[in-house]
Design a protein around this ligand. Sequence first.
Ligand code: GAR
Length: 213
Amino acid sequence: MKRLGILLSGRGSNFVAIASAIRERRLLGAEIAVVLSNQADAAGLTAAREMGLAAFAVPSAGRKRAEHDAEMIARLHQHRVDLVCLAGYMRILSAEFVRAFPNRILNIHPSLLPAFPGLDAQAQALEYGAKVAGCTVHFVDEAVDHGAIVVQRTVPVLDDDTAESLAAKVLEQEHIAYPEAIMRVLSGDFRFEGRRYVRRAKPSTRRLRGPEP
Ligand code: GAR
């Protein structure tokens, strides 16, 4: 069983989607080891506690990034986390944090990266006039919203969309994309080609069965 560490800063709907996927056995071979938030009043933390999960606030306000990250890393190690999932964690990770979990941190971003990184991605897409929007689950490297892409899902941008309506449509897709990406990564059935995440081809059943008579 692989142990997930969820990091969030607010609402936590992506965390709830991951927890539901585990509970409903749509996401196999994973359990949530710990939920951490840099915001003590994050709704996601309350939801985690109501589910009976280990959930802690590690407040970031007024603290040096290095010091805060060191505490986050220590908590994740303490809970023997295999894969860190950023789920609306609105803080940039230090290089030390990324190096502590090499290729073992995923993030979800509400745009089709590399378009519209950073804040207010859906409003950026709308303002730019994009006709397709969506979300991206990607590995975290030392640059912001940048690592290898695991899953993207799209939604059409309609003429009467607002930033809010677009965000709601994208969020629905996020809730599908994140459990799917975690499942793929935990399977280990992939390799990197440059910055490309590539799934290994499944061996054909014919090869498994041997040659036809
Ligand atoms: C989600 O839309 C997620 O993609 C976004 O924050 C929201 C968190 O919602 N993350 C980022 O913008 C990171 N750059 P949630 O707390 O309900 O999961």
